[in-house]
Structures are given as C-alpha cells and as structure tokens.
Design a protein around this ligand. Structure first.
Ligand SMILES: Cc1cc2nc3c(=O)[nH]c(=O)nc-3n(C[C@H](O)[C@H](O)[C@H](O)COP(=O)(O)O)c2cc1C
Length: 366
C-alpha cells in the first residue's frame, strides 16, 4: 500500500495523510472532526504526548508476545476496533472490510448501532464481534437490537453512555453533511434514516437523525434493565469520572471504556488518558478497563497499559486505512500497530502485556 504521492506508509499518521489526500472534504470532515472548537480532539493527542514510560532493563525480551485477553477471550494484541458509524462512506465494502481485517489480525470488531451494513452480515464473517448499543427513544427497540446481536453470535454489548444527543460538530454543520443515498443506518428498519439523507436541513442531517433515534433519558436504571436482559458481558463506553466508574461496578458491568468519544461529544471534556490512572485506582480491579480517544501508535497502547488499562479501542486510524485501500488498507494499519506494539513492549523491557501493566510512568503537564 502506498499513497498517491508514492511515499511508503510506515506509521498510522502516514496513512491518515494518505487518506486525507483521497477523501472528499465533507467525508474527511465527518470522520476527522470533533465538536465545538475541537479542543478535546487536540488535547487527546497532547495528553498522550505528555505521558512518558519508565522502561525496565536486563529482562529477557527475546520471546516477547503481544497476546492477551479482553472480556475473558484471547486476543493477538490488547486492542479492539472502536464502534464507528457509516463506514460505507469510506469504501464500498464498509464495515465488512474492517471486520475481515480485524478477524485476520485476531482482534474483536465492534459493530455500531449506526453501521451501514446489518449487524448479522458483519458477525457472519466469523471473527469475534461486539455490538455497540445506542439507547433508543423506544426502549423496546434497544432490547430488539440486543436480541439480534445475541442471535447473531455477538460476544459483548457496549452501551454508549456519553451521547444523549450528538455534540455540535461544526464541520458537519457548515458542510450541511448528509448521507448519500447508498449509505443507510442498516440496523434500523424504521424509515431507513430518511432524516440522515436530507441535504436541505440547514445543518448536520446525521445529527438530526441521531437526535430522532437516540434517547437522551438514559439513566442507571436502564443499565439495570440491560444487565438483566442479557447474559452477554456488558460494557459502558464513555466514562470519564472515577465516581461513574465506581457506580458502573456497583451496577454489575463487566468493563468500562474510558473515552471522550474522540472529542466528538463535550468539547472541553478531559482527555481519557489523563483520567485513566485515577479511574483504575477507584475501580481497584473490580471490572475491566479499556480506553480510547487518541490512540495512534504502539507506544500509546503501552502508555494505556502502564496506566492500568487492559486494552484500547482503535478508532479513526482504521478508517484512514479503509479509505486508502479497503480491507488491505485496514490490514496495513493493524499490521503496523502490531509491529509497533511489539517494538514498544520490548524496548520497555516487557515480555508480555502483563509486564507492561507493571511499568511506571512520568507525566509532564501539557
Ligand atoms: C466518524 C466516527 C463515528 C463514530 N461513531 C460511533 C458510534 O456509532 N458509536 C460509538 O459508541 N462511538 C462512535 N464513535 C466514537 C469511537 O467509538 C471512539 O470513541 C473514538 O473514535 C475514539 O477516538 P479516536 O478515533 O480519535 O481514537 C465514532 C467516532 C468517529 C470518529
């Protein structure tokens, strides 16, 4: 895979640049953008860059491995794909290309409620499939989605808790962003997202559609409903306060994702990597802790592990791979990240993910 300028692609940022060179501006903006002034988008990177790892030495790393487990199942590396809506905007194969690449790489693929391919088709690929749930305005619709995910063989439910409605993504508002006809919210039968295609809305049609479909009334009692409605591992995605993490444990969740939604919800929300350690301390091992928002390299994964996470979700970089070269582009992203993580682990003196979780860190103010 090489970019149109002929330069080779050696890191995830190279692939981002290559994608930006080929994508229509409004599609690039939908995937790259954040809410408001995008201060949290920028802070996600600044916060990762302010964390330093204190490496260990004189430990045999000759047979090091990135293998680990997430939600009780083996993975080739402590990474799953983040749920991302409407992947057909980037490539005709959309979610199928990303899920196939995730399967080849040996990591779970997370289907979004707003996927542009039906969840049944994605899980039929046969990799490990997680389902991300947006709580619908009609609760019975949420439970219908859960039933479908269970019937299709999904192995976890991630309930997203940071989106009562979509944050104001000014790029989409300015572009009056709407879905093209061939991209639909495929899991939602009712009307197939007519509002999302409305180019004359004067703002973001995707935000209008999300507002019509998703409930802003979600509370802990719905978490209880969901907990008792399904035996699948339950994960809350979008926790940033240690108090909410503790509360999640009290409500019996199996894991949380420390996340600010990639800077797309509250602009000015704290970077997830900056609160990770405090959350791990508050939780004290009572549930699994994953992190996303800003992961761009193997060293970023190492930092999250060192601060106490058991793994990360990878978001936008997969989309840049998809845009550049479909399934092969996504495979390139995951191959680069796997090699990068092997390198980071070994150079930090760690032969395993478990050893990485024992590393100390130093954080400068950012
Ligand atoms: C274009 C786009 C669409 C997304 N769609 C969803 C979604 O449908 N459900 C969800 O829970 N999170 C969604 N997210 C958030 C991601 O799951 C994840 O939290 C975020 O991408 C992490 O930030 P990063 O990609 O900058 O690392 C989306 C993110 C992007 C960029």
């Amino acid at each position: 895979v090489s970019n149109p300028g002929g330069d080779a692609l050696h890191c995830l940022d190279d692939i981002e640049r290559a994608a930006f060179a080929v994508l229509p501006p409004e599609v690039r903006d939908f995937f790259a953008g954040g809410s408001g002034g995008e201060s949290t988008v920028a802070a996600n990177r600044a916060a990762f860059d302010s964390v330093y790892v204190i490496p260990r030495v004189l430990r045999d790393v000759s047979a090091g491995t990135t293998t680990s487990a997430l939600l009780g199942r083996p993975v080739s590396m402590p990474i799953a794909t983040a749920p991302i809506a409407f992947q057909k905007l980037l490539h005709e194969d959309g979610e199928l290309a990303v899920a196939r690449a995730a399967k080849v790489a040996g990591i779970p693929y997370t289907v979004s409620t707003m996927s542009s391919v039906r969840l049944e088709e994605i899980s039929a690929i046969g990799g490990s499939t997680w389902f991300q749930l947006y709580w619908m305005r009609e609760p019975k619709r949420s439970l219908e989605l859960v039933r479908r995910a269970e019937a299709a063989g999904c192995t976890a439910i991630l309930l997203t808790v940071d989106l009562p409605w979509m944050g104001r993504r000014l790029r989409d508002v300015r572009n009056q962003f709407a879905l093209p006809e061939h991209v639909v919210p495929a899991n939602l039968d009712h009307g197939n997202g007519t509002a999302a295609h409305n180019t004359g809305s004067g703002g973001s049609a995707v935000a209008t559609h999300a507002g019509q479909a998703i409930s802003a009334a979600l509370t802990w009692s719905d978490v209880d409903t969901l907990r008792s409605a399904s035996r699948l591992p339950l994960v809350l995605k979008g926790i940033l306060a240690p108090e909410d993490a503790e509360r999640a444990v009290d409500h019996g969740v199996d894991a949380i994702v420390v996340s600010n939604h990639g800077g797309r919800q509250l602009d000015g929300a704290v970077p997830s990597i900056a609160v990770l350690e405090a959350i791990c301390q508050a939780v004290g091992g009572r549930c699994e802790i994953l992190l996303d928002s800003g992961v761009r390299s193997g060293v970023d994964v190492l930092k999250a592990l060192a601060l106490g996470a058991s793994g990360v979700l990878l978001g936008r970089p997969l989309m840049w791979g998809l845009a550049v070269d479909g399934e092969d582009g996504v495979r390139r992203v995951l191959d680069l990240l796997a090699a990068d993580l092997r390198d980071a682990l070994g150079l930090a003196g760690c032969a395993s993910v478990a050893e990485a979780r024992e590393l100390r860190t130093f954080t400068s103010t950012f």
